[in-house]
Ligand binder design. Structure first.
Ligand code: C2E
Ligand code: CA
Ligand code: CA
Length: 703
């Protein structure tokens, strides 16, 4: 009989102290409490001994928990027992983890096979980039992994408290239709109620199941099924089910089957989460978050496609639109009103289009409309009229009323004329608009550029003349706040033009092949610098940019080997940065090269990640160690529910990559990156690229 219970007891069990005082502890037990353990406690207490062990108990709410008990007798002077002290601890979380490990270790051979089977499924799933293809692959995997005949996957709707089938495999005829339509709520099925409450797998056979279970076996013509919950964190997201019919099913949930089911459930949860992120990332990469319209990239893709698929008698047209006076609206009423206006205009533009046409937002107040197909000029004119009328009514944004006017320009591509590129057609529409707006023929002025030919010939001797130098920009570890890495950035100390940025000479060097010399020189300079810097910061790593041409050259690995050997720098202290779009352009060759470099021990970063979304699925085949998120993404403020950078970070972490945010300019960006789990940051907020000596001073100074 309980005489006293402390607040930890009442917190754990949910009972108030006055509800338990005077009662026997048995009320904590329930259907899942192990009878042998209960008996052992009883025997220990009767004999006046101490007891310690773990028992499944139930809270007042009915929820089960694993209770670690140590019970010790208190005796009086004569040695007779007067009371027991029971110290209890809720160990549910660790019991679950441990039972999984124990199950997995039970049989080394089975474990090896199971792990390799799970690993191969992980690989298959890693290649799936949408939720639906993940589910398809999991349904197949259940059958293979559990040696079952059929499978089904149900998703859990926590609001409605219902399971609904989303994918099945191995079913035939009318049963296939029937199982796909299956839904279930826990109140109908004790087995399901058990899964929802305990998050443990169950096996339903003719000899061990509720009436509900027996009816299901009968209805679906199966002999047994096993079901395992799929969770992310602590949230139930669904159930995987293996069904046996022709093949004899397992008599019990043996450790190996349990491990296979639990392993598969874990992989599935990860794959679904990743696929969801990819869905989101790919949408965001092709759409304007403010208006939901297509962005320029999607427009160019669609336009290029339309240009190749145009019917022989038809043409297409591109309309460039610019909102007159929008800047004034923004300046006088603020961005919130400006945003509302853009959203309203986007909706109206969309409404006037024909099925199959596309409207994209390509700049602050610039929209491009793609009309396809177009048979005649008059069709285009009809759309232009409708566009003008669409803006007749003023736009209401909060209590502000704004009148909007569109300037438009058209480029009409006729079927028989030579095929232009998408970019050229858009530019022609832009130029047409510019001319109509200004009533002049002058094209937009271009910024003056240094003479390219002169630069090119000067560049040829720049390395020899020691004009190419490296500046170094620090990267901060966001957890420790320390500088852990540095990127070497090329600068050209031009005798007349001053210091030139890489954007002004790297493209020239790539075109002429001088990039091999410059790359070797940068690598050598950077390796020497990091050796020096590691005297103050022994763990410091150095990042060096590698251009596509260098990477494609078979001699590159040799060069790298020579330089590292000569400086005595371990390969693991070097990170080679490869731009994402390069990875996409020649995946096979670069994949091989990347493998060679990775085998060699250097780390590999994907640079400007996010700018060329195309290569996300590719990442899984390239042995990279980190992602550098392009600064355009880092600097774009997150909107609620659509934080692309957080999405990329989560995705990268699923793939075991570390993430560096580039171009971090404000302390607000820095703080946000820290909260969403970004590993490292680089940018003006931390420090600009510095010349060699200044950089060494920076890291030598105690911070
Ligand atoms: P990157 O690899 O993406 O380098 C980052 C660029 O962002 C650098 O420009 C850096 O100065 C700049 N930056 C750093 N922090 C901030 C910031 O907070 N805000 C903004 N707006 N910018 C920031 P940089 O030095 O002009 O280099 C441009 C590109 O040239 C590099 O882009 C890289 O692709 C290429 N590059 C530089 N050095 C080399 C090299 O040695 N070899 C090759 N192949 N390419 C190089
Ligand atoms: Ca870089
Ligand atoms: Ca970059």
């Amino acid at each position: 009989m309980i005489v006293f219970a402390n607040s930890a007891f009442t917190d754990t069990t949910g009972y108030a102290a006055d509800e338990v005082v005077g009662r026997n502890c048995r009320f904590l037990q329930g259907p899942g409490s192990d009878e042998d353990t209960v008996q052992a406690i009883r025997e220990a207490l009767t004999a006046g001994d101490a007891f310690s062990g773990v028992l499944l108990n139930y809270r007042k709410s009915g929820e089960a928990f694993w209770n670690e008990l140590s019970i010790a007798p208190l005796t009086d002077d004569e040695g007779s027992v007067t009371a027991y002290i029971s110290v209890q601890r809720d160990v549910t979380a660790s019991v679950r983890a441990e039972s999984r490990t124990r199950d997995l270790l039970a049989d080394a051979e089975a474990q090896r096979e199971t792990l390799s089977a799970l690993l191969s499924i992980t690989r298959t799933l890693a290649g799936q980039t949408s939720t639906s293809t993940v589910l398809r692959a999991v349904a197949e995997a259940i059958i293979a992994l559990c040696k079952a005949d059929r499978s089904s996957i149900a998703m859990w709707d926590s609001a409605a408290e219902r399971l609904s089938m989303v994918e099945v495999a191995g079913w035939h005829g009318p049963l296939d239709d029937k199982i796909r339509a299956f839904t279930l709520s826990p109140s109908d099925s004790p087995e399901l109620a058990g899964i929802v409450a305990m998050r443990e797998p169950v096996l339903v056979t003719r000899s061990s199941s509720s009436d509900w279970g027996k009816a299901i076996l009968e209805d679906y013509q199966i002999t047994s099924f096993a079901a395992v919950p799929v969770e992310t964190g602590n949230t139930l997201i669904g159930v995987l089910i293996a069904n046996w019919a022709e093949t004899p099913g397992p008599p019990r949930l043996e450790p190996d089957l349990r491990a296979r089911l639990a392993g598969l459930a874990g992989i599935t949860a990860t794959a679904i989460r990743t696929a969801g992120l990819i869905d989101q990332v790919s949408w965001s990469a092709t759409h304007d978050p403010l208006t939901g319209l297509a962005n320029r990239e999607l427009l160019e893709t669609e336009l290029s496609e339309a240009l190749t698929q145009i019917p022989s008698q038809a043409g297409l047209a591109v309309i460039f639109c610019d909102l007159d006076g929008f800047k004034r609206t923004n300046d006088s009423y603020g961005h919130a009103v400006g945003d509302r206006v853009l959203q309203e205009i986007a909706a109206r533009l969309t409404a006037v289009l024909r099925v199959g046409d596309l409207v994209a937002r390509v700049g602050g107040d610039e929209f491009v409309i793609l009309l396809t197909p177009v048979q005649s000029e008059s069709e285009i004119n009809a759309v232009l009229r409708r566009l003008r009328h669409a803006l007749d009514a003023p736009v209401q944004a909060g209590d502000v009323t704004v009148r909007a006017r569109l300037s438009t320009g058209v480029a009409h591509h006729r079927a028989q004329s030579p095929r232009p590129t998408a970019a050229a057609l858009i530019q022609a529409a832009d130029a047409d608009m510019y001319q109509r707006k200004n009533g002049r023929q002058t094209p937009r002025p271009l910024a003056p550029r240094p003479d390219q030919e002169l630069l090119q010939s000067a560049l040829a001797t720049a390395v020899q003349r020691r004009q190419i130098v490296a500046h170094y920009q620090p990267q901060l570890d966001l957890r420790t706040g320390r500088v852990v890495a540095v990127e070497a950035l090329a600068r050209w100390n031009h005798p007349e033009l001053g210091i030139l940025d890489p954007g002004q000479f790297i493209p020239l060097a790539e075109a002429s092949g001088l990039i091999h010399d410059i790359g070797r020189h940068m690598l050598q300079t950077a390796c020497r610098a990091v050796i020096e810097a590691r005297r103050s910061l022994p763990e410091l790593t150095m990042s060096v940019n590698v251009s596509r041409r260098e990477l494609a050259s078979p001699a590159y690995a040799r060069t790298l080997d020579d330089i590292l050997a000569r400086c005595g720098l371990p390969a693991s202290a070097l990170t080679l940065e490869i731009t994402e779009s390069h990875l996409a352009s020649d995946p096979e060759l670069l994949r091989e090269q990347a493998h060679a470099l990775r085998d060699y021990g250097t780390r590999i970063a994907v640079d400007d990640f996010g700018a060329g979304y195309t290569s996300i699925p590719l990442l899984q085949n390239i042995p990279i160690t980190e992602l550098k998120i392009d600064r355009a993404f880092v600097q774009r403020a997150p909107t609620p529910g659509r934080d692309l950078v957080a999405g990329i970070i989560a995705l990268a972490h699923e793939l075991h990559l570390s993430v560096v945010a580039e171009g971090v300019e404000t302390s607000a960006q820095l703080a946000h990156l820290r909260t969403i789990g970004c590993d490292r940051a680089q940018g003006y907020a931390i420090g600009p690229p510095l010349p060699h000596d200044e950089f060494l001073q920076l890291i030598a100074a105690p911070s």
